[in-house]
Ligand binder design. Structure first.
Ligand code: ADP
Ligand code: MG
Length: 605
């Protein structure tokens, strides 16, 4: 047996070919910060305007995580800001709390309400969540007047103090600088989160959670995190809002205040770090400056929405990023292009292959019996091919082993443990990885990031360590980046490591999926038609890749139509036909069987 651990260490360049040049969005945002700071010095009106712009930006960044990245649309964000505002107002004015304890209270209250609103959304469809958030917004608005003893009713609450720290009182420009600092800190935290397994998992939930669950992501926990984060940020923004205003009344929180944040995120550019800032500049600062526009704000939003949906469907930040992509596409490919396949060979540590035993497995889809009493044994560390005509149940079988479809009857044992009844997340965490017949990569992410995401269940750094780039998170990310790059080299795609996955043809996307699966160090790897869409040369390389995987010890089950490939590498072949096992044995035995030849030539291929 060859040595399994490759010694070649490559330090991957995280920055894609583009990042040598600053991105246009960043330049635009830096300019805006300068302009904001400059105008804030001119007079007190501009100062207040810019302070509120910074506060709205903080709030919008929270919503961007929930709606932009995780794809969960909420109308209640403004209402959560409102709740945070009143928490600080009440705590500081009625109970004499200082600003900072009040702000912590506001963030906690925002977090609490957001999580409670989000709980039903873990089970119900997203439409219910939208309705729940509308109802919440209306309830909060009504409550402000009804709970007069608490909220001061129409009169509101007067005399909310400014923050102070170590004897310094943040007022005027100081308050603007403080909020700006908070916004900058939050931007950095968002950047760290988005560029990590947490951000990738959030985005994969947005794209339908199949990919996330196959990677071992607990989607409910992650959604709760998104609710908690966005709620806490909204509450915190509320605390600053209260302090900046000094007086709060229900009039501050009309219904359009809630929708405002959704507009800012959607039109500014969802799932873009610079989106909230661009959105606030275009949809708050600009209309305020052009005074005449202010009265027509709702109309302007409506027209903006229509125009954007036609011309800039990805919002301001998205449009700028597209332009940037084109500008930078002309630049050279990344240095990883020189990384040879061998550098990646056997980069995964050897694993103990998993044994699979299936007994009497059946699956009905309504009236269709897709699998009918399938029994199958797969030896640890072997390559086991599943072949059969289209519609014979091959993909269904993989979906049941990986937990995506519940069984109608029968049993599936992985290393002797029953897994029927377990979901995909839990089965993935046992060491089962898979690829999909239709690849499910995150198209906006680079190949490297997609592969890195496969290590989700292996990563030890906590969300806090990731958010603040603490040492463990940094080291782990660097090590996994290097490993991901070697695995991309193994599948022959290291040279394109920093390209968007969506740019690859399907055949190669499936190769990326194999690399993504391998970084999870699978004991059992399920491949659904890996050879489809590959050229002859790539087919040979795929065969080599599978032999390498077998040498690592991983048990490999592959559904494949390509008979020559199967014949050259499989230890055992099972033939499915109409949901039943038609034949089983070595490739020579199976492919010489008359029944098999008949199923293939007479069947619906
Ligand atoms: P193969 O991968 O061998 O081509 P499949 O496992 O995809 O076949 O499908 C087997 C049978 O099960 C087909 O008749 C297909 O229509 C049916 N089937 C597969 N998945 C579903 C589903 N999610 N809902 C309903 N029917 C399905
Ligand atoms: Mg199939």
């Amino acid at each position: 047996m060859k040595p399994l651990i490759a010694t070649s260490l490559v330090s991957p360049q995280r920055a894609g070919p583009g990042l040598a040049m600053p991105s246009l969005s960043l330049v635009a945002c830096a300019l805006m910060v300068l302009v904001a700071a400059g105008t804030a010095l001119v007079n007190s009106y501009y100062l207040l305007l810019m302070t509120f712009a910074a506060i709205y930006m903080v709030a919008a960044m929270g919503l961007n995580l929930l709606t932009g990245y995780a794809g969960i649309v909420s109308i209640a964000h403004g209402a959560l800001v409102c709740v945070g505002t009143y928490a600080t107002a009440i705590a500081s004015v009625r109970y004499g709390w200082g600003f900072w304890p009040s702000a912590v209270l506001s963030a906690s209250v925002g977090l609490g309400f957001s999580v409670v609103l989000g709980l039903p959304a873990l089970r119900l469809s997203s439409w219910y969540f939208v309705l729940i958030t509308i109802a919440f917004t209306l309830a909060v608005t009504a409550m402000l007047n009804d709970l007069r003893g608490f909220t001061g009713g129409y009169g509101g609450i007067v005399g909310i103090p400014k923050p102070s720290l170590a004897g310094v009182r943040f007022d005027g420009f100081g308050l603007f600088a403080l909020v700006g600092g908070v916004a900058a800190l939050l931007w950095w935290v968002m950047h760290n989160l988005i560029d990590s397994r947490i951000g990738w998992a959030l985005q994969s939930i947005r794209e339908g959670d199949v990919r996330a669950r196959a990677n071992g992501v607990s989607t409910a926990r992650l959604r709760l995190f998104a609710f908690a984060f966005s709620g806490a940020v909204a509450g915190l923004a509320g605390a600053f809002y209260a302090s900046a205003k000094g007086v709060v009344t229900p009039e501050d929180f009309s219904f359009d205040f809630s929708i405002f944040f959704l507009f800012v995120v959607v039109l500014g550019g969802p799932a873009r770090l610079s989106g909230p800032m661009l959105g606030v500049a275009a949809f708050y600062v600009l209309p305020e400056l052009l005074d005449s526009l202010k009265e027509y704000r709702m109309i302007a939003y409506g027209v903006g929405l229509l125009a954007f949906s036609v011309f800039l469907p990805e919002g301001l930040a998205g449009a700028i990023a597209r332009f940037d992509d084109r500008r930078q596409a002309r630049r050279a490919t990344s240095p990883a292009a020189t990384l040879p396949r061998d550098a990646g060979a056997a980069t995964v540590e050897p694993v103990r292959g998993m044994a699979l035993a299936i007994r009497g497995l059946a699956k009905d889809f309504g009236g269709v019996r897709a699998l009918d009493g399938v029994s199958l044994d797969v030896q640890p560390g072997s390559i086991h091919a599943i072949v059969g005509p289209n519609g014979s149940g091959k993909t269904t079988l993989l979906n049941m082993i990986s937990g995506f479809y519940p069984a109608s009857a029968g049993s599936i044992l992985l290393d002797g443990a029953e897994v029927v009844g377990r979901g995909p997340t839990s089965i993935a965490r046992l060491g089962v990885q898979r690829t999909f017949q239709t690849p499910k990569l995150l198209g906006e992410l680079s190949l490297l990031e997609n592969v890195r995401f496969g290590a989700y269940a292996r990563e030890r750094s906590s969300g806090l360590e990731i958010a603040f780039r603490l040492p463990r998170a940094r080291h782990e990310a660097a090590a996994l980046d290097a490993e991901a790059l070697r695995l991309l080299a193994l599948v022959g795609l290291a040279g394109r490591a920093h390209e968007h996955a969506a740019l690859l043809p399907h055949g190669q996307q499936r190769l990326v999926e194999i690399a993504r699966a391998l970084i999870g160090r699978p004991k059992l790897l399920l491949l659904d038609e890996p050879a489809a869409g590959l050229s002859m040369g790539e087919l040979d390389e795929l065969g080599d890749l599978m032999r390498t995987i077998r040498r690592m010890g991983t048990t490999l089950i592959m559904v494949e139509h390509h008979i020559e490939l199967v014949a050259s590498i499989a230890n055992t072949v099972t033939v499915l036909d109409q949901g039943r096992i038609l034949a089983e044995g070595t490739p020579e035995q199976v492919f010489s069987s008359a029944a098999v030849v008949h199923a293939y030539t007479g069947g619906a291929r």
